[in-house]
Design a protein around this ligand. Structure first.
Ligand SMILES: Nc1nc2c(ncn2[C@@H]2O[C@H](COP(=O)(O)OP(=O)(O)O)[C@@H](O)[C@H]2O)c(=O)[nH]1
Ligand SMILES: [Mg+2]
Length: 219
């Protein structure tokens, strides 16, 4: 009996996520879901990406945070709609709160919605929030073994950002090992090596976003 109730909840969540995705697709709005550990550089990546793309694409951000509005405040100078979801302890975002945030955004005036999910490599990977693409954000100081240790995320994602490459000389990060384990999980996934600190590697990532946005628009 209990198992049935849990299944109903999951079905409702999946249904809601599918509704969000079809609404966004109908409006030609791409939604990407940035997932990575605390401190890997998700907000820094958003800062650099918005600076690079906002002249060409109209952007909005949904900020998922356990507590505080710190990340949302960091993005306020970009003059774009920002919806903050404080999960009050929950370790991931869910479609119900994403839907509420989306209903606050004028979709006709937006090309890309960026979601910064709660910093965590496990739960956010398990939940469909209606995004078109999950993006795994990894970073050099976390170590090269993260794809193997958190296979669901690296298996499900449409792109990987490997951030903090400026720190390669100071760590024992083994790029070959990182790519080898990623290949086993998700052979064709594109990887963008970036340094948000130095502003490196962002052009290819931004180009990928723009082509993903064109695909959603062309549907
Ligand atoms: N060295 C280095 N530090 C970075 C880079 N990107 C972000 N950081 C730093 O990493 C810390 C966490 O970044 P933040 O964007 O808040 O990560 P988030 O928790 O994933 O949103 C901050 O001190 C950033 O300045 C990078 O490419 N290189
Ligand atoms: Mg952040």
């Amino acid at each position: 009996m209990e198992i049935k109730v849990i299944q109903h909840l999951l079905d409702a969540s999946e249904k809601r996520a599918a509704e969000i995705r079809s609404l966004l697709s109908e409006k030609g709005v791409l939604m990407v879901n940035l997932i990575g550990s605390p401190g890997c550089g998700k907000t820094s990546l958003l800062e650099k990406t918005l600076a690079a793309i906002r002249e060409r694409c109209r952007c909005a951000v949904i900020e998922g945070d356990v507590a505080t509005d710190r990340d949302a405040l960091r993005l306020q100078n970009y003059d774009i709609p920002i919806c903050l979801i404080n999960t009050e302890g929950a370790c991931h975002l869910e479609p119900m709160s994403i839907r509420k945030a989306i209903d606050e955004i004028d979709l006709a005036a937006i090309d890309i919605i960026f979601v910064e999910n709660v910093g965590n490599l496990v739960c956010p990977a398990e939940f469909d929030i209606g995004e078109h693409a999950k993006i795994a954000v990894a970073s050099v100081p976390e170590g090269h073994d993260k794809p193997e240790k958190y296979p669901l995320l690296f298996n499900e994602c449409e792109a990987v950002v490997l951030n903090k490459i400026d720190l390669l000389p100071f760590t024992d990060f083994d790029k070959a090992a990182f790519y080898a384990s990623l290949k086993k999980l998700n052979a064709k996934v594109p990887v963008f090596e970036t340094s948000c600190r130095k502003g490196e590697g962002l052009d290819a990532w931004v180009a990928w976003l723009e082509s993903a946005r064109s695909r959603v628009r062309g549907r």
